[in-house]
Design a protein around this ligand. Sequence first.
Ligand SMILES: Cc1cc2nc3c(=O)[nH]c(=O)nc-3n(C[C@H](O)[C@H](O)[C@H](O)COP(=O)(O)OP(=O)(O)OC[C@H]3O[C@@H](n4cnc5c(N)ncnc54)[C@H](O)[C@@H]3O)c2cc1C
Length: 420
Amino acid sequence: MGSFFEFSRQVNAALMVIDEITLQGRAEFHFMVNPAATGFVLPRMKTSDILILGAGLSGLLTAHLLRQQRPDLRLRILEARPEPGGRIRTLRPEAAAPLEMGATWLSPDHRRLQKLLTRLGIETIPQRMGSEAVYEFSPAQPPQRVQLPSGEPQSFRIKGGTDRIITALISSLGEGELVCNAPPLAVRAVRDEQEGSTEAASANSGATTKMLVETPDEGYAASVIISTLPPRLLTHSIIFDPPLPGTLHRIASQTHTWMSESIKAGFSSTHPRLFRQEDGAVTTLFSNAGPFTELYDHSSERDHALIGFLHPGLSELTPEDREAAATKQLNRLLGTQAGDHGTYYECNWKQEAFTHSPHSGFIPPHQHNGHPVFRQPLLGGRLILSGTETASVHPGYMEGAVASAEHAAEAAAAWFSSHG
Ligand SMILES: Cc1cc2nc3c(=O)[nH]c(=O)nc-3n(C[C@H](O)[C@H](O)[C@H](O)COP(=O)(O)OP(=O)(O)OC[C@H]3O[C@@H](n4cnc5c(N)ncnc54)[C@H](O)[C@@H]3O)c2cc1C
């Protein structure tokens, strides 16, 4: 078995290059071979008791819970993006309502999330639907106003923006516990952490004494690692030594990452006529013609906004072309004119390399979400797989992220209790 340094050199040949990050948070990444990296020397490792990979809702909540349960443990979170939040992304343009480009709604049966919100002092507001929606059955038929069924379970949004959860959780972290721009490239379990003589542990053995993680800039060591990456992304972006068990790898690489193919978009405006239900405007749209397939009122007390989903098949268009098509649709369906809608915003999640991992075949929505293989102990409990897609309840949703964080924090705390 080669040394960790050799292993590191090989892994570092793949350097992540960020081509472009726009203000709206779209990013394009690709890996390239960097010959200069072959001379890489591993710097001194930064150590902690627990290393959490990913600072979305699952990762940040896991840290928050562990901080409460085991304040004696040293934590560190490694996040690949420049900002935490993951699939929770609230845009806050000046003089506009907060615009949700990611997670938005919760329902009454999302009880863990509700409890968390209460604990964090965050309120919810009902999603305004109105009594009618505009429904476009097909491109060939004129849009119709349809009565929305009464008695449907009410959906709620987070008052002031979903990212308030992220902000609240970050405030409970200690200094230096969150490291951004730090995508782990490799994770290795070793039996002897002495330099040059590291030996790989076997995947299911309890013989591991340390977990080593390498990012492009630093090396990290911890007793326990909790990954909150979507399982498919995990298997496609991080090299494990020893490799993950075959069944786990196979299932994870075919696990759907919820909403990772979606395009969330909308308009923000101070134009009251378009958005105010009190004035008889309909703000809920459903369309089989597109580009918006769904559109909902996102107004705050002061500012007005409509946010929804564009047809995912439009992901290859430019943002300008999507905006033009969306504007045309609103004019057609709502009888508005160019300029009525205010500013256009969007997030094309298919282009987010730290959420979506491209695949050639079709992975059905929610495939393998919550699969029990994700909760099997790995490396004697030193590697814990978490994140919403691993949750046994409501996987894919914020509720699943909360459930997975509770499970991961409990499993990590139990590991430290039994290992002194
Ligand atoms: C458009 C959209 C709409 C949604 N709407 C809803 C909704 O209405 N209601 C609802 O309940 N849920 C919704 N969701 C789902 C919800 O956002 C997720 O369930 C939840 O945010 C997942 O949290 P997580 O921490 O498990 O995963 P993520 O948020 O995906 O967090 C994973 C973190 O890992 C980071 N990461 C990735 N690769 C690496 C790496 N190599 N190294 C280190 N870090 C890495 C990512 O940057 C990210 O921060 C929506 C999602 C999207 C995209």
